[in-house]
Design a protein around this ligand. Structure first.
Ligand code: DNO
Length: 399
């Protein structure tokens, strides 16, 4: 019997407005989470992993995917103590594997994880979503960060627009823009100060895309054979957005870069998190092509939609309306499942989650509780839409 996709829900723990019992009501059977309290680079102990796993299971759910075991900046910059952090990383993978947790998502974005400029962007139907607006990034970069080379990264139109935007912001709005862009690691409420960001940025002074690729491949060379030996599927998350920001390098951002990097360490365990919303923010990325090329190594799927605006700006939309044809992607996913099924693979029911969702209905008044993009009802709606899409397409494809 052909299995459905495994429906999962990202959970940041009880401090972020959602209980495990809530997760159960969304239709998800799997939880996507991490030990968010462990500082990046430290080993996740077997006992702590076990404790969290037990908690999830006692709610009738399964810990399906780890998102993320974050990669320490020293590894990304390949600095002096990177070896030690790689050893720690491998130890964490062993401890996860011993607890039966075998799918690990991570990213290789310098300093920042996903970046937006507005966390409460009003949609026409009264709900709110996340927006990335190029001129707001430029305003921050040019007038708050005052980065020396920023002027070279924007054209004159963007600079003018950024200036007008900035001049019209109140002090409070400037603070909000700074905190929005400088939000640190998902699952924490940490925000970088300008000084902290600047000093981290300085670490990348001599690191361009080529060097970052080398550092990533070096990480893969050390980590993937270990992951393979213990059956842990590593799946790298694309850069979000998939282009350079603040002059920093980004390399998991298009088909040729991803192919180039994953090919260097060819292993089933050197896989990809297919994230539609991240990849689509560059309209040159052909999502169907990317999925087809890496389908065998897709171990985790994030589906959401975005509306592209002018060059390098976008906002997140309802799952079924936007610039991405998610039906086309879902069809490819089901075909990949069929292929795996016919080959007797164990990995047919690929974990999938509704990645972000609009802030809507009763969640609006609770907005401060949630991690941005991760409220309950909007993601539940997204998951329901994706489940319906899967069911309908499966019926069509398999009958
Ligand atoms: C955004 C997420 C990312 C993702 C990490 C993976 O909502 O998809 O934060 O978790 O980049 O390491």
């Amino acid at each position: 019997m052909m299995e459905y996709l495994e429906k999962t829900f990202r959970w940041f723990g009880p401090d972020f407005g959602i209980t495990l019992n809530d997760v159960k009501q969304t239709g998800a059977t799997g939880v996507v989470t991490a030990l968010y309290n462990v500082p990046i680079g430290e080993v996740w102990s077997r006992e702590e992993i076990k404790r969290l796993k037990k908690k999830i299971e006692s709610s009738g759910l399964k810990w399906s995917v780890v998102e993320s075991v974050n990669v320490h900046e020293s590894i990304k910059t390949s600095s002096a103590n990177s070896k030690e952090y790689i050893i720690n990383y491998i130890e964490t993978l062993h401890n996860l594997s011993e607890n039966g947790i075998k799918t690990v998502c991570y990213n290789f974005m310098p300093i920042l994880d996903w970046t937006r400029t507005d966390l409460f962007f009003p949609l026409k139907n009264g709900s709110y979503s996340l927006r990335y607006f190029k001129s707001a990034i430029a305003a921050f970069d040019l007038f708050l960060l005052n980065r020396k080379d920023a002027i070279n990264n924007y054209n004159s139109n963007t600079i003018d627009e950024a200036k007008t935007l900035f001049d019209n912001l109140s002090e409070e709005e400037k603070g909000t823009l700074k905190d929005t862009i400088m939000a640190g690691v998902p699952g924490t409420r940490d925000v970088f100060s300008i000084e902290e960001f600047k000093s981290r940025h300085a670490e990348y002074i001599s690191i361009d895309d080529i060097q970052l690729k080398k550092n990533l491949v070096n990480f893969h060379k050390k980590v993937i054979p270990e992951a393979e030996s213990i059956g842990v599927k590593m799946c790298i998350h694309p850069d979000d957005p998939p282009f350079s920001i603040f002059g920093l390098p980004r390399v998991i951002n298009n088909i040729s870069n991803i192919e180039n990097i994953l090919r260097k360490v060819p292993s089933y365990y050197n896989g990809l998190t297919f994230c539609s919303g991240s990849l689509a923010a560059n309209p040159k990325n052909n999502l169907a092509k990317i999925f087809r090329l890496f389908s065998e190594r897709v171990h985790f799927i994030h589906l959401r939609n975005i509306q592209l605006e002018e060059d390098k700006s976008f906002f997140e939309t309802d799952h079924l309306n936007g610039s991405i044809n998610l039906a086309e992607i879902m069809e490819l996913i089901i075909q990949e499942q069929l292929r795996r099924y016919s080959e007797g693979s164990r990995d047919v029911n690929i974990p999938i989650r509704s990645d972000h969702g609009p802030l809507m209905l009763g969640d609006i008044k609770l907005k401060e509780k949630f991690y941005p993009g991760y409220s309950t009802i909007g993601r539940m709606k997204g998951l329901a839409q994706l489940t319906g899409l899967e069911l309908g397409l499966r019926h069509k494809i398999c009958s």
